[in-house]
Design a protein. Structure first.
Length: 209
């Protein structure tokens, strides 16, 4: 059984003066549906190399939640999560571990490689169809959920666009050389998991290491 690490959003529990790592339970449902073992990753870690070595992970998912602190007008930020995920990407690249970024996770990947992220309207709490690029792994367009206020509008030359929204913002991408990909929709939030999402996740984590 493949061990997939999942990063967590940070929430402030003001009544307890606690910063808590949180993970939607639907991620566990999705991972076990795929035959994977979900391993929640904590943000307050400094020696990430040692931490990941002890985990023996087969892949990582950068989940949604929390705006990137670097973005103008960002809200509900978590600088400790930004630091952890940035360092996590470095380790995954050095170990050739497959990575999938979801929503904020895709934004983190784009930012890590020098992409451009802007605030957008009309992408929060809605659904829309994605427009596929010729190199996309899906055969035909499909509808996705959408829960973001920032979108990737440009990427580094080392990356390729797989799908866009009708306004041109990037909805899916992957790296040309590393087993790293991202999607802006949330596969875990569908009441019935979509076949195209299941296929894409399986494909992403079956990369030979």
């Amino acid at each position: 059984m493949k061990r997939i690490g999942l990063t967590q959003r940070v929430e402030l529990a003001a009544d307890y003066n606690e910063r808590r790592d949180c993970l939607d339970q639907r991620w566990s449902v999705l991972m076990t549906h795929l035959g994977y073992l979900p391993i929640p990753l904590v943000n307050a870690i400094n020696d990430i190399d040692v931490y990941l070595s002890a985990m023996h992970l087969d892949g990582v998912i950068l989940t949604g939640g929390n705006d990137l602190a670097e973005l103008p007008g960002s809200m509900n930020i978590a600088p400790e999560r930004d630091y952890f995920e940035h360092a996590l990407l470095n380790v995954c690249i050095s170990q050739n571990l497959p990575v999938l970024g979801v929503c904020r996770g895709m934004q983190m990947i784009a930012s890590f490689f020098g992409g451009v992220i802007n605030r957008v309207e009309g992408h929060s709490r809605t659904r829309h169809t994605v427009v596929l690029e010729p190199n996309a792994p899906w055969r035909q367009p499909f509808e996705v959920n959408s829960f973001h206020n920032f979108a990737v509008v440009d990427i580094h030359d080392s990356m390729e666009v797989l799908a866009r929204a009708h306004d041109g913002t990037i909805e899916a991408l992957h790296h040309r050389f590393y087993p790293i990909a991202g999607i802006m929709w949330h596969p875990e939030r569908e009441s019935q998991f979509a076949e195209q999402d299941l296929m894409f996740l399986l494909q992403q984590f079956e990369v030979q290491q």
